[in-house]
Design a protein around this ligand. Structure first.
Ligand code: GUN
Length: 293
């Protein structure tokens, strides 16, 4: 078993991104600028957004945080997005999900200028991605692709089973792995909450990507020997053993599955760190106007 080490790869790529950000500053006189919009005080969202801001600063980007309380109206949020769209000093905009129930996330996502949509959630970017055209790719799937690339994992002709069909991970991941590209060219199966006997499919996986949000959902009896396992799970449980007060668990029972795997991502220290890289690379591409010249 070999580890797909998100810490090692993300640090290496951050060094490259910092060099490229410095070039942007020299050429344009300003840093790549990411704005995050955070509504409410969800613990997970607070942590993720703080980490995004911190990492932007680390690689020499400018980052700004716009905060609203839970009771902000949809109208006010949409107006703010329009204002950020029109601001030439801003390269990338993300609105952290989930949003409170009275706000339609689809309306907000579609309001973001596709040229600043560094989350890659806008339908235009998703459509372009599916057609293999230049686009912003959602950060977590992008981070996973970079990880596969960095470790030289061969994907062509393999059977990739994706567990989970979310807009943020499972669905875009399945498109990317099936595309005529490298990484890609897989035969893809998507399993989800309505799939009977998920094990029947996971046992057939050469590459297993799990984004279902259930601690230790994948057990050793569900995988074949030599499988490549990508664990996207970020299941937080309160703990007295850690400084932060919580502990992170993946969707895969790492201890039992790792001995059967050829490659596997740990949690923490795997995909989570790569998500940030996807976001930073999209923001850099937005500042350089690479996707939409
Ligand atoms: N919530 C969970 N993951 C993400 C993400 O990648 N982007 C945004 N905006 N919200 C999220």
């Amino acid at each position: 078993m070999q580890l797909l080490d998100g810490k090692y790869i993300s640090e290496k790529l951050k060094t490259e991104i910092a060099q490229e950000a410095a070039e942007v500053l020299t050429q344009t006189g300003r840093k790549p600028h990411l704005v995050a919009v955070l509504v409410g005080h969800d613990g997970g969202s607070e942590t993720y957004v703080a980490s995004k801001m911190r990492n932007c600063e680390k690689v020499g980007f400018q980052s700004s945080l716009v905060r609203y309380e839970d009771d902000v109206s949809e109208e006010e949020l949409l107006e703010k997005v329009a204002e950020l769209n029109a601001d030439a000093g801003i390269d990338g905009i993300i609105v952290q999900l989930p949003l409170p129930k009275h706000i339609d996330p689809e309306k907000v996502t579609e309001k973001i200028d596709h040229r600043k949509d560094v989350d890659g959630f806008h339908p235009l970017n998703l459509g372009r991605m599916q057609r293999n055209l230049p686009s912003f790719i959602p950060a977590t799937p992008y981070g996973i692709m970079l990880m596969l690339q960095e470790y030289g994992i061969q994907t062509s002709g393999k059977h990739c089973v994706v567990v989970g069909r979310s807009n943020i991970v499972g669905s875009p991941m399945s498109i990317l792995m099936a595309r005529n590209a490298n990484p890609g060219n897989c035969t893809v199966t998507i399993c989800h909450s309505r799939t009977p006997d998920i094990k029947k499919y996971t046992l057939e996986a050469d590459i297993l990507i799990v984004a279902i949000g259930k601690k230790n959902f994948i057990t050793a009896d569900m995988v074949k020997n030599g499988v490549i396992v990508i664990d996207v799970g970020m299941n937080r449980e309160t703990s007295t053993q850690t400084k932060s007060g919580y502990k992170l668990y993946g969707d895969v029972d790492f201890e039992k599955v790792a001995p059967k795997a050829s490659w596997i991502t740990p949690v923490p220290g795997g995909v989570g760190l790569m998500t940030i890289i996807g976001l930073l690379k999209n923001t850099l591409a937005a500042a350089r106007k690479e996707v939409y010249p």
